[in-house]
Design a protein around this ligand. Structure first.
Ligand SMILES: Cc1cc2nc3c(=O)[nH]c(=O)nc-3n(C[C@H](O)[C@H](O)[C@H](O)COP(=O)(O)OP(=O)(O)OC[C@H]3O[C@@H](n4cnc5c(N)ncnc54)[C@H](O)[C@@H]3O)c2cc1C
Length: 377
């Protein structure tokens, strides 16, 4: 056990919530602060669902982290007696033009012991007749992947953090003085001051505004639209009959079957325009809806002309190389910046939180690809 140092974690999304929980379990006194609460609708973690997969192209680090995260999600489901992950499997459809990502994933999946199947088009069509596999050459199926209940998981983590002895405050940390290293603590929007031994800023798409000099445009919030279409009656397009899928044909489209009585999710991974996560109006665009509909009708013919029953506008918090940021603030050894999930961070929450807690309390070094020095001066 490390002595009872006081740590303030700012931001209760997937990164901050899990970091706070791991810090607490290492023996620290932890205060978790969030402006609008864990998994709120403005946050990047605030959607219904997020994919959990280990297929990452030839990228060993994220497959390894995803493998650890899968273990931790599973352990916590058991520990808490709750369902956080729907293990419906994840299907990657490899295009006939370019399958470098999928091909490069195979040795890495093998190395980290991820269960997967390599499937021919004929086999995929036999298993999932709801899908039109035109333009697809082969696929990878990860049976232990699926989707996480995103907002719900954040709320559960914050609640369990409280039950294990953590303190939660709903307030915003004001930006004044942050770049000079929080020497006199941080000012909260309720007029109080929070003083701690260490500060971890896990503020997702807000990090650039809070740290304009250190982060600024290194984290770019981009506008992403998600569509939920109504399925025909029955379970043909539900989690009982279909996996999560990723489809690399030009644009990268992805989605998941209907579950929890909600619709069939379709999203385009292409980075959208800049967005302000505090003030943005979250109405989807007509163009985005049309593209989603065209895709849906082509790839899932039984869903052609399905009604839109829900939609969301969220934001990625993209770094230039899509790697996370886990590093100390250059002006203060006790201030950490954690973010840059870049559209793929949610699943890693438990593994990343464990990593960050080790850096803060056990002086472990973050992976060099997470350090700010990778961006140069
Ligand atoms: C549409 C979409 C689809 C995605 N799909 C996937 C997927 O399938 N799989 C996957 O793994 N990842 C996915 N991601 C990425 C993933 O959701 C994010 O990388 C991850 O949720 C980021 O978590 P975070 O904790 O860094 O940020 P956030 O969740 O945004 O949390 C930051 C928190 O900080 C708080 N905050 C901000 N400023 C302050 C302040 N001044 N004071 C106090 N609190 C403050 C906010 O209220 C917020 O709760 C997706 C993201 C989007 C938008």
């Amino acid at each position: 056990m490390v002595n009872k140092r006081h740590i303030a974690v700012i931001g209760a999304g997937a990164f901050g919530g899990w970091t706070a929980l791991h810090l607490l379990r290492l023996g620290a006194r932890v205060t978790l602060v969030d402006a609008w609460g864990a998994g709120n609708s403005r946050s990047s973690s605030g959607g219904e669902s997020r994919i959990l997969r280990a297929t990452y192209g030839p990228n060993q680090l994220y497959t390894k982290m995803a493998a650890r995260a899968m273990q931790l999600w599973t352990e916590h489901e058991k520990r808490w007696g709750l369902k956080l992950l729907q293990r419906v499997g994840v299907l990657w459809m490899a295009g006939s033009e370019d399958d470098e990502f999928e091909r490069g994933s195979l040795p890495v999946l093998k190395e980290y012991g991820i269960v997967y199947e390599e499937l021919s088009c004929g086999e995929m069509a036999r298993r999932w007749p709801q899908i039109n596999f035109e333009g697809v050459r082969w696929g990878i199926f990860e049976p232990n992947g699926g989707f996480l209940r995103a907002r719900y998981s954040c709320q559960v983590v914050a609640e369990r953090f409280g039950a294990e002895g953590g303190e939660f405050k709903e307030a915003a940390v004001l930006p004044a003085g942050l770049e000079s290293g929080c020497k006199d603590g941080v000012q909260l929007s309720d007029g109080s001051k929070l003083q701690a031994d260490h500060y971890v800023f896990a503020c997702g798409p807000w990090l650039g505004k809070l740290f304009p000099e250190t982060i600024g445009r290194l984290i770019r919030p981009t506008r992403q639209e998600i569509f939920f279409f109504g399925t025909p009656p029955g379970d043909q397009f539900s989690a009982a009959k279909l996996p999560v899928w990723g489809d690399h044909q030009g644009r990268f489209m992805y989605g998941m079957p209907a579950s929890d009585g909600r619709g069939f999710k379709v999203a385009d991974d292409t980075r959208g325009p800049d967005i302000d996560p505090s003030t943005a109006d979250r109405t989807v665009s007509a163009g985005g809806l049309q593209r989603a509909r065209e895709y849906l009708g082509f790839r899932f013919p039984g869903m052609k002309d399905a009604p839109l029953i829900e939609s969301r506008v969220c934001q990625y918090e993209d770094t230039p190389d899509e790697n996370f940021i886990i590093d100390r603030h250059p002006a203060a050894q006790n201030v950490w910046i954690v973010g840059g999930g870049s559209g793929h961070g949610f699943k890693h929450g438990p593994a990343l939180g464990e990593m960050v807690a080790g850096c803060v309390l056990k002086e472990k070094r973050a992976e060099s690809r997470f350090l700010l020095s990778r961006f140069g001066d």
